[in-house]
Design a protein around this ligand. Structure first.
Ligand code: MN
Length: 205
């Protein structure tokens, strides 16, 4: 049975919904150009594998795996990123509640300390990458990751709870080189309910 190709998902809100923290123009470009590029990149590789098999020629497996993890990593992270944001005051912003708040407090001591560490991970990402709050079920702890590109420093098996894109394409139109200001704005549009649901679904598995 043949598998499926990747496709660009719709955003869970309008392009202007995250203003003033992410402008309509910035979000439109990010979704329709950059996210789409990873969809196309991943699909092109799948087709390349298919063609090579049909033609009976070898693939450069090293190059192909590297490219595939980059494009599919980018595709998946963007899906998570859109979902873990919501308009400020309408699902976005505030602080975590319930089990998620307990897990964060138990590990970091306070929400403020967590936010500081996450901000530092996002600010100090070299070049293009992401900050992510993930969860390790072995150690039963949340862990902050700093992902380079879309696929370096990712730990297999750790659930991504909250991700923040700090590639320049995520903020340059709105903030130019001021990544710090973009990160500061992000806290106003974090959808903590989605983050909490990801954690509880993961813990129930
Ligand atoms: Mn991006």
């Amino acid at each position: 049975m043949a598998g499926k190709l990747y496709s660009l998902p719709k955003l869970p809100y309008d392009y202007a919904a995250l203003e003033p923290y992410i402008s309509e123009q910035q979000l439109t470009l990010h979704h329709t150009k950059h996210h789409l590029a990873y969809v196309n990149g991943a699909n092109a590789l799948i087709e390349k594998y298919g063609k090579a098999r049909k033609d009976g020629v070898d693939m450069d497996m090293k190059a192909a795996s590297k490219e595939l993890s980059f494009h599919v990593g980018g595709f998946n992270l963007h899906n998570k990123f859109w979902e873990n944001m919501a308009p400020a005051g309408k699902g976005g912003g505030g602080v975590p509640k319930g089990e998620l708040a307990k897990v964060i407090d138990a590990e970091y001591g306070s929400f403020d300390r967590f936010r500081k560490e996450f901000t530092q991970a996002a600010s100090s990402t070299e070049g293009s990458g992401w900050a992510a709050l993930s969860y390790c079920r072995t150690a039963e702890r949340p862990v902050i990751l700093q992902i380079e590109k879309h696929n370096v420093n990712v730990v297999p098996g750790w659930k991504m709870l909250l991700v923040l894109d700090v590639w320049e394409h995520a903020y340059y139109l709105d903030y130019k080189n001021d990544r710090g200001k973009f990160i500061e704005g992000f806290w106003n549009i974090v959808n903590w309910n989605v983050v909490a649901d990801r954690l509880s679904a993961w813990l129930k598995k």
